[in-house]
Structures are given as structure tokens and as C-alpha cells.
Design a protein around this ligand. Sequence first.
Ligand SMILES: [Zn+2]
Ligand SMILES: [Zn+2]
Length: 561
Amino acid sequence: MENKPIARTLRLLSQLMELHEVNPFKVKSIANAAFKVDKLPFRIAEKSFDELEKIDGVGKSVAAKIHELVQTGTMAELQDLLAATPEGVVEMMRIKGIGAKKVATIWREMGIETVGELYYACNENRLIEAKGFGLKTQEEIRKAIEFNMASHGKFLYAQVEQQCCDLQEQIRGTFSGALIEFGGEFRRMCEIITELVIILGSRDQAVAQNTFLESDFIKNMQLDGHKVTGELENGLKVAVYCVEKRDFWEELFIRTGNDEHVAAVTALIDEGIDQPENEELIYIKAGLQFIKPELREGDAYIEKAKKNELPQLISYNDLKGTLHNHSTWSDGVNTVEEMALYCRDELKLEYLGMCDHSKSAFYAKGLSIERVLQQQEEIDHLNKKLDGFHIFKGIESDILNDGSLDYPDEILQRFDFIVASVHANLKMSEEKATERLIRAIENPYTTILGHPTGRLLLSRTGYSIDYKKVIDACAANNVIIEVNANPLRLDLDWRWHQYALEKGVWLSINPDAHRNEGFKDMLYGVIAGRKGGLYKERCLNALSLQEIKTVFDSKRSAVSK
Ligand SMILES: [Zn+2]
Ligand SMILES: [Zn+2]
């Protein structure tokens, strides 16, 4: 065993001891020993117990631990501490810049148990007010987590969108007259990007390749056939396929759809693709309607494309309002009025739905009954003032353990609409989670099911649910399903949109904004919706103010019957 892993193990032990409030002197002696061991000029594993004990800064008790580690590969004390600490909390310890004291606050006081939840909390400004934290610490933690995510080679679409577009612009600037497009996951607008693919069609493939290799567009460049590989500054892998101009469209087609899609389309072409002048011609040759890049996952849309029945995908401009948003009444940053004015004047929307947290969400300053009534009074007052714009009184009601909502009926009936979401006790079996959601869906006051699985992309898988049962229950109870547009969530997953639409369920693209800048996340929700084949006629917030009022009214009158 080398010194480095021994030092690392001792460091982890000292951090866990600190987290669990073991005697500070003991913690310090282990931390010091870890530091020393790392710097020693000889292999410590080869020393006898007596020799270990005599090393300056090690001493008897630490020597015994090192001895145990070298002999058995671990330490009993470390194993005990690991067993008493959630895995995600241990993972937090490995992130640079978060010491044991901060991890203790995050875990014990904020109830955060995974790195993903911590990242989400940073994005929702939840760390600012905690003791010993502040805006600066929050930003440092957020950056460190992003760095950590990058080391796994996976990125959120929203996280790398700007860098990808910048790189394409740079390439366009150098290769004027060349054909340049994104391919792969980025062109398909996947929620997670593992490799950025770019197709470069020029008059002379070899010259283009050499020019590229001599540039400093990307790091660690290598030539592999007609592909130049490398990576961006943040670690995202890049592959640039260099071809002659006449081969560009075929290459673009092959490098865009996933393998199944490309194979399914190619199988329909008899005489070969044969250097087409654009991508549409490939689909025409296959006897298909043109399939947009975001739908090129598997063979899902081939049959529809044969019959000319592809959906007219939703676009951002189809959205008329925004539902599910948080203000200063709970854990948001802007007031209701600021949000309303922003939606009316900047985003040109017709309505805003407020959904602050309900009373069980104490960590997010969820609203007591008294505060619900006060907020509704404020909204009534604002609605009188705001000309041609409407604020709907909603709530994001926690779905409690048994599936019930968070207020008594006489309060629930005061809202225009209710988003029901799970926020606590996420560790459930699939059966339990499905039952819990279905009970909430069957509650006559539930209008929208919020972020159905609680997942946080790249960091928390969310509880498993029986999607079909949940969606069927929504269909039976006239409940709309949210497509939470936060780039970390994108939940309901687009892979289930088609099933929901086929069952007659409506979807709603909700930003879950906690500040005015958060509304722009609706763009990512629209992308998810497009990948799922969503069209405006089945998207709740593509309805005009008058239309959506009718929907909310009819749901409410159904309750009173
Ligand atoms: Zn929520
Ligand atoms: Zn929310």
C-alpha cells in the first residue's frame, strides 16, 4: 500500500470523526498524521509497528490504526462511522471546500443527504441563510459540485449549452464557406450530454483536419480516422467529423439520430443514400415525413412519419402563462408583485400561477393556514391593480406519507389550483411510492401532479414508480402532469410523454421558478416536451387566460358536486 491511499483513508476517518463529534483532540491527531504520512519520503506500509510509533506526528494510537489498515485493508472504527453515515453525506466530504462542520450542518439541520440535493439547494438559494454559510460559500459549493459532476464526464444540457454554441461559432469563424452543424446528443437536445458532436463539411477534408488540429479550439486533440477528438475546458468530450462537402448531409444524418433510429430509416432506403443535397431528401427517399432531430430516438416515430402524422411540436412562443412558482412568501427571492410584473412586461405572458410551499415544508418556509389567507389577500389586491394580467392562487402542497394533502378541505378549496408534490421521505419501495402518488391524484383538489419522481439528474435517481399506473390514475382523475422545467429535474421524463398523451393526459411545462431568472427554465421544459412529442393543444399553460380559467373552474365545480 502506497502512502497516498493511507493518508486519504486517515483523512476520511478524521472527517467522519469530526462529523460525528468525536473528541476534537483525537480528530486533530488523526488529521495531523494524515498530513504527515502524505509527505514522508519512504513507504510507511513497510515499517514495523515499533518503527511506525516512533515517526514524528504519528504516535501509538495512530500507529495501531495504520497497522490495522495495512494488514486488513480497512479500519474497524472507519467502518463503524461509515455505517452510521448516509452514502451521499460521505460523498459530500470528498468535495473540495466543504469541511466536516459544514457537512454536519447540511446533513443534520437542512436534512440534505445527497450531493444532488445539495446542488439543488444551492440553485434554490437555500444555503444563504444557514448558520456559517452565505452567498459566497453557496457559490463555492455549487462550483465544486459542478466540477465533481464534470469528472464523471456527464453534463446537463443547460450546463454546457453556452460553451457548445461558442465553440460552434469559433469554428464557423475559421472555416468560412464550410457546412457546420451539431450532431449527436446535443442536436437531439438530450437532457444529459456526454459528448459534443460537430460535423464539418469542407471542400478539402485533409486540409480541414489539419487546420483543426493546428487550432486551439479544444484540448488534447487526436486524429482518429476522419474524426478529431478532444475536450472542452470543462472536460466535455468533443468529436469533430471532417468530411467533404458532398458527404456532409449523409454524415449529419448518421451522426444525429441514435443507432436504432439511423438503422430504422436506412432500412427503408433501397438504393443507398447517395450524397443528398440536404437532410430532408434522406427522409423522402425512405418514404417518411422529415423527423426533427429531437425525435430521433429509436424507431418511435417511424410509423407516424410513414402516415404523415408527426405532431406539430410545441414551441416556447406557444406558452401563454406560467404555473408553479415560488415567491418570498416561501423560499423564493422575488415578491409576488415582482414576479407578476416580470411575467407581464418582460415575458409577455397572460398569467402567473403562484405555488409557494405548503406547511409541512418547514425547511422552505412553507405557508401556515394564516399565511395562506394573507397571501391570497395580497393576490386579490394585486389582481385589481394589474390590468390584463392575472395571478392564480395556487399552492405546492406536499404529498404526505399516506398520500394525503397538506391542508384541510376548507383551505384546499380556496385555491384556484393545486400542484401536489412529494418532498420528504423519498426512500420508498416502488409499490409504496406508486400508492402514495395515486392517493394524491385521487384527491379531488389535486390539479397537477408535480415532479412525479423527485429525481435530480446526474445526482439523485428519485423514487421508482410504476409509470403506467400513475399516468392511468391521472387520466382517470383528470389530473394534469407537470413537466418540471428545472434542468436538473425535467420530470416527467420525456420518455413517458407519449404514453401520457395517448391516455388523454395533459402536460404542463412548469418552471418551478424561485426568482425571476428561473422563468427562463421553461425553455428547457419546452425542449423536454418536444423530445416527448408534446404539442400545444395538450399543454396546459399554452391555454389562454380565459381558457385556463375555464379548466380551473370546471375542476373546482366537480369537487363541490
Ligand atoms: Zn417541489
Ligand atoms: Zn416548487
